[in-house]
Design a protein around this ligand. Structure first.
Ligand SMILES: [Zn+2]
Length: 259
């Protein structure tokens, strides 16, 4: 188990205002430099026992389209089997609209796993996707099957167990991280509640951004036994995942369609 400082934390990050105010020689504005990011997102690719590879995305933020355009062809990703939502801010759901390019051209629909709380927000921000009867006939919008998850219960996506990791994302606002195997993904967090700490045992942890902090993080391997790296846009991490086909029925029970 690793420890983090108590109270609110600030992850080092390059925000847009840093980007546009940086001098041309700054790392953040150099093409291809890793010390830059779009919205935080994760693509989980794994081999299902049925022989078909699955692709699950966590979060489709407002730069999702640009990231997909760059990285999906590179990694040979075409169909999306599911999208899991951490919270309902624009950096996590701003790209739901862009999923229309998948559901218009590649597949019939996409399952989006979300908490009831975030779904309530999407009913307002993406009302035309939640209830497509409200749009002009023939208009193409993303065809999404919303699946409501419990924030306190593991759920299954195509046989893969996903455990929600509720965290504070600023005062009074909760966001979800997710654990898949020994990978814990927490994108927006100011404080980790004690109950969630317990779910992080033996987790791999990656913080966002790069270079300068990376060297300091290597010291954690000696002091905490923690192998921590900074991630960057396009980072690929191979890891073992247990996929459990019999749980597919359970997954559907836990995630009723709600639209
Ligand atoms: Zn947020």
């Amino acid at each position: 188990m690793f420890t983090l400082p108590p109270g609110p934390m600030t992850w080092p990050s390059f925000e847009f205002h840093d980007f546009i105010s940086s001098p041309p020689e700054a790392a953040a504005v150099q093409p291809g430099n890793k010390n830059r990011r779009r919205n935080t997102s994760l693509l989980i690719r794994y081999a299902h026992p049925d022989g078909r590879r699955r692709h699950i995305v966590i979060d489709a933020g407002k730069f999702f389209y640009h990231s997909a355009l760059q990285w999906f062809p590179y990694f040979g990703v075409r169909e999306l089997d599911a999208v899991i939502i951490t919270h309902s801010h624009a950096d996590a759901i701003g790209g739901l609209d862009d999923l229309r390019d998948w559901t218009n051209n590649i597949q019939e629909s996409i399952d989006v796993y979300t908490s009831q709380r975030d779904f309530e927000v999407m009913k307002k921000t993406h009302y035309y996707i939640v209830d497509s009867s409200s749009i002009v006939k023939g208009t193409a919008v993303s065809d999404i099957e919303f699946r409501i998850i419990s924030e306190t219960q593991p759920f299954f996506v195509h046989g893969l167990q996903v455990t929600p990791l509720p965290v504070w994302h600023g005062a009074g606002y909760k966001s979800l991280g997710f654990r898949v195997g020994n990978l814990c993904y927490i994108s927006d967090v100011s404080e980790i509640p004690a109950d969630t700490y317990r779910l992080l045992e033996n987790c791999m942890m990656h913080l966002m951004d790069h270079d300068k902090v990376n060297m300091e993080l290597r010291l954690l391997l000696e002091s905490e036994g923690l192998d921590v790296q900074l991630s960057y846009d396009g980072l690929r991490i191979p890891l073992p995942l247990a996929v459990n086909p019999p749980q597919l029925a359970l997954a559907n029970d836990l995630s009723p369609r709600d639209r």
